[in-house]
Design a protein around this ligand. Sequence first.
Ligand SMILES: *Cc1c(COP(=O)(O)O)cnc(C)c1O
Length: 377
Amino acid sequence: MMKVPYLDLKSQYLSLQSDIHEELNKVMESSEFAGGSFVARFEKEFAAFCDCRHAIGVGSGTEALWFSLLALGIGPGDEVITVPNTFIATAEAISFCGAKPVFVDIEEKTYGMDPALLEKAITNKTKAVIPVHIFGHPVHMDPILSIAKAHGLSVIEDACQAHGALYKGKRAGSMGAAGCFSFYPGKNLGAYGEAGAVVTNDPKINAMIRSMRDHGQSKKYYHDVLGWNGRMDGFQGAILSVKLKHLPRWNDQRRRHAHRYTQGLSSLKNVIVPIENKEAQHVYHIYAIRTKDRDTLMQYLQEKGIHCGIHYPIPIHLQKVYSHANHTQGSFPISETCATEFLSLPMYPELTEEQVSYVIDTINDFYRKKKGIQGDL
Ligand SMILES: *Cc1c(COP(=O)(O)O)cnc(C)c1O
């Protein structure tokens, strides 16, 4: 039986092994372990890749979000609008500033923030909006940017799943006041540990976050503002520089696998495949289908050696940690329905043609068998 893991970080490592080892040796020789020139080099390269003036390497995507909010002056009493179908970090960053996360539902086609619902959620306490380029498909940025502008709100893009994605030719992360990236190992651009970055064109945000990630110091042991230890480490900077060169090709490979999945599954009436808007270039960090048979299909695939994921089983407004906000089932119906129906298929550049075919065939087999039993599917 063929095995298709959900992720396969090792095969990518093996394809880069000698370059990675060479760079890691340079870090050890120079002993630039925390921050330093390897991080600075990666920041330059990543800023250029995102068409932004600045990139600031930090410890994680969560920290990138938190620092961006702090740099915009967001704190207690403020509200920040985001979506319920995201990784918890988006909301945590808001809460850790002392602000309140306010949710708006997603639109059903791309699963991104629905701009038509944004205006209604704005109050006189709202300070910022965090659209999330979920799964690697960019959000409808133009309407969000123009609503935000009309109300004097900052836009922070959560681009943690969207390295290299495009919206009307612009890079995800480059359109708001700040764009936040995670280099968690499984992301489209992944470190070998924890790392993240903020990209921005705003010199003030750049200066603030640079200072904040390094204990608020303007020079060593002179602390001007309240800071934190949020530096990227040297090994991660070096590894990310090696890997960034391959990102466009890896994203192309993901897109190719995604198109094959979509072709192979689109005749199934009970499966909704992801779409790509005309003005968007999706980078398929996650290839999620929707089906009412999610749990039985997932089980069936597992028995056939295919491992899937669920992103995410519980929308944030229904998580225990946010129970104090008294959201109920039905508050954000599209996010809630999607949470019960999403199934993430194996997705990484190194998937083989045979593996993709096997996943497609096995899903088709599942529905053929189901039809055999029920007669009318
Ligand atoms: C991964 C992720 C984060 C957090 O990034 P970390 O590097 O794990 O802290 C935030 N938002 C989204 C949408 C993510 O997928």
